[in-house]
Design a protein. Structure first.
Length: 395
């Protein structure tokens, strides 16, 4: 009995010691660098879940004059907004703007206490994180976003100068979409790609819990009336002509097809087809209603939208037609939940629309197999970020 009491006492002392060590050990500081293109809801979802394991600090980086800091109330230290916009259109002033931003961050944040920098993009956050790393030796991770892909597509030479060094020095590279990896890999030499992708992984941005709580599957009915949807934030008019032509091709073949365009109103005045309607970027509830009224979601190419809705579409049971470089690669093989298509080819789009219609019931079953969409659940995603912070030296 005495031996058992001694063992129990030693166990209690050991547990107390571990608890005290955990309580007195200071949390590591993660410095978040983000711009107006980072959704406040995504940032809040991440930092609210990691807060307490790490200490989150935020600096907002405007990219345009007069831009107001995105609210991020979950950040433990009030967000500072850099007075120097990191405007990528000002080619000859960009390096100077990065230096000014670095000086500003040094004044606002005690960098000696920062364990890791989390750049929420390559273009703004990444270029600044790279500068701070060179000056202060702080490791950083960098996310590759839709904005970065669009910039790289439109400015290949400048991207080589600005973005490749960011990728090369990052401790970890986070891709928010598996297909972004293909795009970046196609712009790198084999040796550069090998170095960068050895430190890369994919972590999707999560869905608002609203979508996970309202998962829906379409009834596998015959596609008598095919209701198409193409949607994205700041949807480029350049993405529309092939889709509009595909609709015309199908209607000439006596298929009853309609199209809803969300997020691009520039062509609404010139497109007089009554089967096509244009809507502005919707509220969450508005998008929910639009998805429930649609049958197939067409994902715009990366350079044609700052944000897409394919995860929301999957939550509502919509099959996808996607650009080979921008589809839900990694979620399901091609042909299971939709089809890769040349989004600039009206003929290919039309054929893939009919193919989805023919296999609608089977595709719906494959979408059901993906639910409850754990890859887009912030309660799962934040643990992935904690592991990244740990492996990158932040925890």
């Amino acid at each position: 009995m005495v031996l058992l009491q001694l063992l129990f006492q030693k166990k209690e002392e050991a547990l107390k010691s571990l608890t005290n060590d955990y309580v007195t050990c200071p949390m590591k500081n993660i410095l978040h660098l983000y711009s107006e293109n980072a959704l406040a809801s995504d940032l809040t979802a991440l930092v609210s879940r990691t807060q307490g394991t790490v200490q989150n600090i935020g600096v907002f980086l405007p990219q345009n004059e007069g831009c107001v800091a995105t609210p991020a109330p979950e950040l433990s230290i009030p967000v500072h907004s850099s007075p120097t916009p990191l405007d990528s259109t000002k080619h000859f002033q960009y390096d100077q703007a990065v230096r000014k931003c670095a000086a500003f961050v040094g004044q606002q944040v005690n960098l000696s206490e920062v364990s890791l920098i989390h750049a929420h993009s390559l273009l703004a956050g990444g270029t600044l994180a790279h500068a701070l790393h060179l000056q202060h030796g702080i490791p950083y991770i960098a996310a590759v976003t839709m904005e970065d892909i669009r910039f790289w597509h439109d400015n290949p030479l400048r991207s080589r100068k600005l973005l490749v060094p960011v990728l090369e020095k990052a401790t970890r590279v986070i891709f928010l979409n598996n297909n972004f990896q293909d795009f970046v890999a196609s712009r790198l030499s084999d040796s550069d790609a090998d170095r960068i992708f050895s430190r890369a992984l994919t972590l999707h941005n999560g869905l608002d819990p609203f979508w996970l709580q309202n998962i829906h599957i379409h009834k596998p009915v015959s596609m008598i009336h095919i209701r198409l949807l193409i949607a994205g934030d700041q949807l480029s008019p350049k993405s529309l002509p092939p889709v509009l032509k595909a609709v015309q091709l199908l209607r000439k073949r006596n298929y009853d097809v309609s199209l809803t365009v969300v997020g691009c109103t520039q062509q609404s005045a010139v497109v007089k087809d009554p089967s096509v309607r244009f809507l502005p970027s919707p509220t969450r509830e508005g998008l929910f209603q639009i998805l429930r009224e649609s049958d197939i979601y067409i994902t715009p190419a990366p350079q044609h939208a700052t944000r897409q809705y394919y995860a929301e579409a999957l939550s509502q049971g919509l099959p996808l037609l996607y650009d080979p470089h921008n589809g839900p690669d990694g979620l399901s093989p091609d042909g299971k939940i939709g089809y890769a298509t040349h989004t600039q080819s009206a003929d290919d789009l039309a054929e893939k629309i009919l193919l989805v219609g023919e296999r609608y019931a089977t595709i719906e079953q494959h979408i059901t197999d993906l639910h409850p969409l754990h890859l887009f659940n912030w309660d799962e995603i934040y643990r992935g970020y904690l592991r990244v912070y740990d492996s990158a030296g932040g925890v």
